[in-house]
Design a protein around this ligand. Structure first.
Ligand code: SF4
Ligand code: SF4
Length: 235
């Protein structure tokens, strides 16, 4: 299966308008309900109401250059609580997308480029990925009650396509076992793709629409090629 769509490393930032009608921020009445529900309010000066008010005041550049938009976890509590139905998360994501890609904090942008190049955010070669998951599968098979366990890879016609959080493949292998024990106990028919298995979409998180769509498209390609209609996505 070869579905990698190449994209050259880029510093593309989004040009989506920040104050368009989809964000509904003109409706903000500064009630602070969003801030009261946000688990990050007060952390390093973060506050969702402040973000919305800064945008309304035209302080875009200040926001784009600050770390405030990157503190949000996109959990959605603020939007759920907002009495005016303001799209707070998409507002914050739009701000992130307006940041030059070489200024995206941490390894997020680097991870996106690795994902576009290799199919996963940590750039793990296919043979290493297969080795790791088969090894973890063998460890599970050695436990009492799982003697015939095998990790199904690229199984056509399975019921569920199981994408993986790179963290579980890279450093927390033992957490994979929890998922697989449940599948085993439920007699589930599932499979892992050996390419494009990444289940963490940093394009979504960072406001990179192009990368987000490419990553999602690859998962859809995997499902089409394997004839699978159900997806397990860890994010
Ligand atoms: S809850 Fe909604 S209306 Fe109230 S301050 Fe937050 S964004 Fe504005
Ligand atoms: S989505 Fe972001 S701003 Fe809203 S409650 Fe969660 S962390 Fe706070």
């Amino acid at each position: 299966m070869e579905t990698l769509t190449k994209r050259k490393p880029s510093l593309i930032k989004q040009q989506a308008p920040l104050r368009d009608s989809t964000h509904l921020m003109d409706m903000c009445m500064a009630c602070g309900t969003c801030s009261a529900g946000c688990p990050l309010t007060g952390v390093d000066g973060f506050d969702p109401r402040k973000i919305i008010r800064m945008v309304l005041m035209g302080r875009d550049e200040e926001l784009i250059e600050s770390k405030l938009p990157w503190l949000c976890t996109m959990c959605g509590k603020c939007e759920h609580a907002c009495p005016m139905g303001i799209n707070i998360i998409s507002t914050i994501r739009t701000i992130r997308g307006m940041v030059d890609r070489d200024k995206v904090p941490g390894m997020i942008h680097k991870g996106i480029e690795l994902c576009l190049e290799t199919g996963n955010n940590i750039g793990l070669p296919e043979e290493d990925f297969v080795f790791i998951i088969e090894d973890v599968g063998e460890e599970l098979a050695a436990m009492p009650g799982f003697a015939d366990f095998k990790v199904p890879i690229d199984k056509k016609g399975a019921n569920i396509l199981h994408t993986l959080h790179n963290k579980l493949v890279n450093t927390q292998n033992e957490d994979l076992v929890h998922w697989w024990k449940i599948f085993y106990a439920a007699k589930e028919d599932w499979t892992v793709p050996k390419q494009n298995w990444e289940g963490v979409n940093w394009g979504l998180f960072s406001g990179d629409d192009e990368a987000m769509k490419l990553s999602v498209g690859r998962i859809v390609d995997n499902m089409d090629q394997l004839g699978i209609t159900n997806l397990m996505y860890p994010e």
